[in-house]
Design a protein around this ligand. Structure first.
Ligand code: BDR
Ligand code: CA
Length: 309
């Protein structure tokens, strides 16, 4: 049976690759996409999601979500990595369909009711929509099977020395979600900074000459500038890695830990405080991904992207 998922995202170059992968996978049924302001603003990420789904040849609900966090100002640094239009300044074609009239929170709740105990949320942007939905619908947390989340890190951050972007962008939302009692698989920088695609692997994708792999390579040009500037030996495919693990969980090894979110710290706001050694004695609330099989991830990514005609 296919896993029933909603992708909550802020496309975003790596979000775009994750969307293409999800729609191509025979293991996943993408019920819809919900958008959230993150890498760029809500109008842009929503339009990008519509265009990406259209390019992939699908028509599924794309529901607009939050235009920013409720308690703090929106973080606007994402354009530096993803380009002003969120997709590496590649011009995507006009969407072939319109956005859905339901809000992200309402759509998530509706699907959770329809597929109670089955629905999983693949969350690859700030957690604002999920927190909003949980706040609006008190029974929702019991209906959701789990969260597959790209965000956080047991180790160092990428937007500050302490914090990862998706959590930093809305730490209050993240705190609410982590405390909601929903099973969470956390794909943080501990693994996604090692989910690297090399220049040779990008060249191989481009050499296929196929439309979707080539668009992905075009988008990744901008993304490469950032990863070169921080001295990585490839491009960290954060969101595609989390999505890949939804397709094949054997790509990763977890440790169950208690994770809290720092919402206040002057130096550490947005840090996922991961109790790896169990020193707090608090019950684990998250499966934290700590080890990965990079080669098999890239193989899966390439198979899925190249499966489009
Ligand atoms: C996360 O932040 C965004 O820039 C990416 O799309 C990814 O979801 C990585 O920290
Ligand atoms: Ca993202």
């Amino acid at each position: 049976m296919k896993r029933k998922i909603i992708i909550d995202c802020d496309p975003g170059i790596d979000d775009a690759l994750a969307i293409f992968m999800a729609l191509a996978s025979k293991k996943l049924e993408v019920l819809g996409i919900t958008t959230v302001a993150g890498n760029v603003g809500i109008d842009t990420v929503t339009r990008n999601a519509l265009s990406l789904v259209s390019i992939a040849g699908f028509q599924i609900p794309v529901c607009r979500g939050a235009a920013g966090p409720f308690l703090i100002k929106r973080e606007t640094g994402g354009a530096r990595i993803h380009g002003e239009n969120g997709v590496g300044d590649v011009l995507l074609p006009q969407p072939s369909f319109d956005e859905d009239s339901r809000s992200a929170a309402d759509f998530i709740n509706e699907m959770a009711g329809k597929y109670e105990g089955e629905l999983e949320l693949v969350v690859i942007g700030p957690l604002t929509n999920i927190a909003a939905a949980l706040g609006r619908y008190p029974d929702l947390s019991k209906k959701i099977k789990g969260l597959i989340m790209m965000g956080g890190a047991a180790g160092f951050g990428n937007v500050t020395p302490a914090a990862e972007f998706n959590i930093y962008a809305d730490p209050h939302a993240a705190a609410a979600v982590f405390q909601a009692g929903i099973p969470i698989d956390m794909y943080g920088l501990d693994v996604t900074n090692r989910a690297l695609i090399t220049g040779d692997e990008i060249a191989a994708l481009r050499a296929t000459g196929k439309a979707i792999p080539v668009i992905c390579c075009d988008m990744m040009k901008t993304y490469a500038d950032f990863y070169e500037s921080v001295g990585f030996s490839g491009l960290a495919l954060h969101d595609p890695f989390a999505l890949a693990c939804a397709v094949d969980e054997t790509l990763v090894r977890f440790k169950s830990c208690h994770v809290d979110i720092e919402t206040q710290g002057t130096l550490t706001r947005g840090k996922t405080v991961v109790d790896i050694l169990g020193v707090t004695g608090k019950k684990p609330n998250v499966r934290v991904a700590l080890e990965l099989d990079r080669e098999r991830f890239i193989q899966l990514l390439s198979n899925l992207l190249c499966s489009y005609e």
